[in-house]
Design a protein around this ligand. Structure first.
Ligand code: ITT
Length: 211
């Protein structure tokens, strides 16, 4: 049986394959990416919440493919910016990256702009949180939503080469010596917003897709 991830972000697909590996093995589910359905157009992310946008993405792909679909909408909420970039994280420095080829470039532009905006903010006011909404949509059923977060602070400059997006400037409270881009994949998934949201989704997957 297949379950489709409603994302064009290869980094999310990579992390979710690991986070969901046990539940997928137990339920006999094969994860496929939205890239396997090029005929299905992207939905515009018009909602103002992570959960709202994740729901748009999951329900559109479930309806188009007839398969159970999981979506992730996520971003970085910075205290001193009143929660921004938030749902605008992927398009903070301008239009959305879209295809993966331009994603790294776009991630760098977003991160550079954010660092400029908080350049003069002192240590004690650099609090931030990564937030993730996970939505499971199954054709003919009500969608299920789970959220996860990880709290931390913004660094003054980028450090590390793992992960993606704002990872090089996010120092999680769990380990103030490193940015998330200095964590291994396994270490990041163990504490991340995405790990927390999709681990909360596990019992729902077992209940709804168990045989
Ligand atoms: P899809 O909509 O196709 O899933 P996307 O990357 O556009 O891909 P979002 O709209 O949810 O996804 O935007 C998420 C952005 O938030 C992402 O591009 C990063 O800039 C940031 N972000 C989310 N999770 C992150 C993480 O684990 N590490 C670093 N940055 C992250």
């Amino acid at each position: 049986r297949r379950i489709v991830l409603a994302t064009r972000n290869e980094h999310k697909v990579h992390e979710l394959r690991q986070i969901l590996s046990a539940v997928c093995r137990d339920l006999g589910l094969e994860i496929v990416g939205a890239a396997d359905f090029p005929e299905v157009p992207d939905v515009p992310e018009t909602e103002v919440t992570f959960a709202g946008n994740a729901r748009l993405k999951a329900e559109a792909l479930a309806a188009a493919t007839g398969l159970p679909a999981l979506a992730d909408d996520s971003g970085l909420a910075v205290e001193v910016l009143g929660g921004c970039p938030g749902v605008f994280s992927a398009r903070w420095s301008g239009s959305h990256a879209g295809a993966d080829a331009r994603r790294a470039e776009k991630d760098r532009a977003n991160l550079t702009l954010l660092l400029e905006q908080v350049a003069d903010v002192p240590e004690e006011h650099r609090g931030a949180a990564f937030v993730c909404a996970a939505v499971l949509a199954i054709p003919g059923q009500d969608s299920a939503t789970c959220e996860g977060r990880v709290t931390g602070r913004l660094a003054y400059g980028p450090r590390g080469t793992n992960g993606f997006g704002y990872d090089p400037v996010f120092i999680p409270d769990a380990d103030p010596a490193r940015t998330l881009a200095e964590f291994s994949d396994t270490e990041k998934n163990a504490i991340s917003h995405r790990g927390n949201a999709f681990r909360a989704m596990e019992p729902v997957l077992r209940e709804r897709l168990g045989v």
